[in-house]
Ligand binder design. Structure first.
Ligand code: PLP
Length: 381
């Protein structure tokens, strides 16, 4: 059977067939060499292996796992999610136009604002989960790139990717989706019409809170934008190290399994919180009351993810009090690890419209009854 026929759990568990060809080890080694030998005839001994910035087998193996999981034509790894974001925006010509979803990961918003201002690029920010507003923003004129984040962090908004792809075509733009909160296991934006899909692999793709990485995949590797991204990664040197790539590959072996557990846990936690008197509202696409639930049902398969945000009754101090009383979830930024994390988002992005009583929860793989009992004691006065 080839990668095309295989299900995600099989691709991931087998690391897309990577093994150690030298020792016949079931698990591939880590290739640390930064340069490769030539023979007496001056030809490269292994075709294509000249220098570590051009080629590293460990990085290629990790990319192949992701390429197969994503159903992509080509996949490139970067040393962080932001490096992947930046590589894509750098393909937009000076004086061009981009449409970017508002209320997404604040690092992306902050960086794109700065980048577009420096490069004379018109930046249109819009709530892409509002179909009328999104269409109006996309039809203002031609655009080069449309950037959406599905589900969004920390609002968990859903955007119709197929509809976004039609709007992008009509505007002459490429559509890119940051699917970090979904992972390729739950959602495959390329199959829904996106040109690019990006993830912070630092999150659930690695899943063990010990690797910073970003990944970008495309449907058409001959497209000029993809060629420019690949050239820029090589020439400007935003290369993932082989040890990180190896850890990522190891982490990804259990990605489908982790997502299964995290989604089940998150659904139960969201339902518990939604019914709790101390909670004002819960943003989680798995709840039927979520405005994007129907869309999530259509666009995602196997669950609604591990990320949610909760508004705590009583304002900022009440929210901080709940976070402070939790004994299982670590109070820390980031998401997608096997261990649950809680964060008072207003503390880290105070001027972006985040409510002062919002807690963002990344639900891990712990026993869900323990998680719920801990939340219960923290929420009760
Ligand atoms: N996209 C989303 C949705 C994120 O949550 C993050 C980080 O939190 C990023 C991109 C940036 O990724 P990284 O921290 O790996 O650079």
């Amino acid at each position: 059977m080839t990668g095309k026929d295989l299900k995600p759990a099989t691709i991931a568990a087998r690391a897309a067939g990577a093994s150690d060809s030298g020792s016949a080890g079931v698990v591939p080694g880590i290739h640390l060499a930064t340069t490769y030998m030539r023979g007496r005839d001056n030809a490269l001994i292994r075709d294509g292996n000249m220098y570590g910035r051009d080629q590293n087998d460990t990085v290629r193996q990790a990319e192949e796992v992701l390429r197969q999981l994503e159903g992509a034509a080509a996949t490139l790894l970067f040393p962080s999610g932001m490096a992947a974001v930046a590589s894509l925006f750098r393909t937009v010509p000076n004086g061009g136009r981009v449409v970017v979803q508002s209320g997404i990961y604040w690092g992306t918003t902050g960086w794109t604002r700065d980048f577009c201002a420096r490069r004379g690029i018109t930046l249109t920010e819009v709530d892409a989960s509002d179909p009328q507003a999104f269409e109006a923003a996309c039809t203002q004129g031609p655009a080069d790139l449309i950037w959406i984040e599905v589900p969004s962090n920390p609002w968990l908004k859903m955007v119709d990717i197929a509809a976004a792809a039609s709007l992008a075509r009509a505007a002459g733009a490429l559509l890119a989706v940051d699917a970090t909160a979904a992972t390729p296991v739950l959602m495959r934006p390329l199959a829904l019409g996106a040109d690019f899909v990006m993830h912070s692999a630092t999150k659930a793709i690695n899943g063990h809170t010990d690797v910073l990485a970003g990944v970008l995949s495309c449907v058409d590797q001959d497209h000029a934008a993809w060629q420019a991204i690949a050239t820029d990664r090589h020439d400007a040197g935003a290369i993932l190290g082989p040890f990180e790539a190896w850890l990522l590959m190891r982490g990804m072996r259990t990605l489908p399994l982790r997502m299964e557990r995290m989604c089940t846990n998150a659904q139960a936690v969201a339902e518990f919180l939604n019914a709790h008197a101390a909670v004002e509202s819960v943003f989680y696409p798995g709840l039927p009351s979520h405005p994007g639930h129907e869309l999530a049902l259509r666009q995602m398969a196997g669950g609604y993810g591990y990320l949610m945000s909760v508004l705590i009754r009583g304002g900022r101090m009440a929210a901080l009090d709940v976070a402070g009383k939790l004994t299982l979830a670590h109070r820390a930024t980031s998401l997608g690890g096997v261990e649950s994390l809680v964060e008072h988002r207003y503390t880290v992005e105070p001027d972006t419209g985040i409510p002062e009583n919002l807690l963002r929860l990344s639900v891990g793989i712990e026993d869900v009854n323990d998680l719920i009992a801990d939340l219960d004691q923290a929420l009760n006065p």
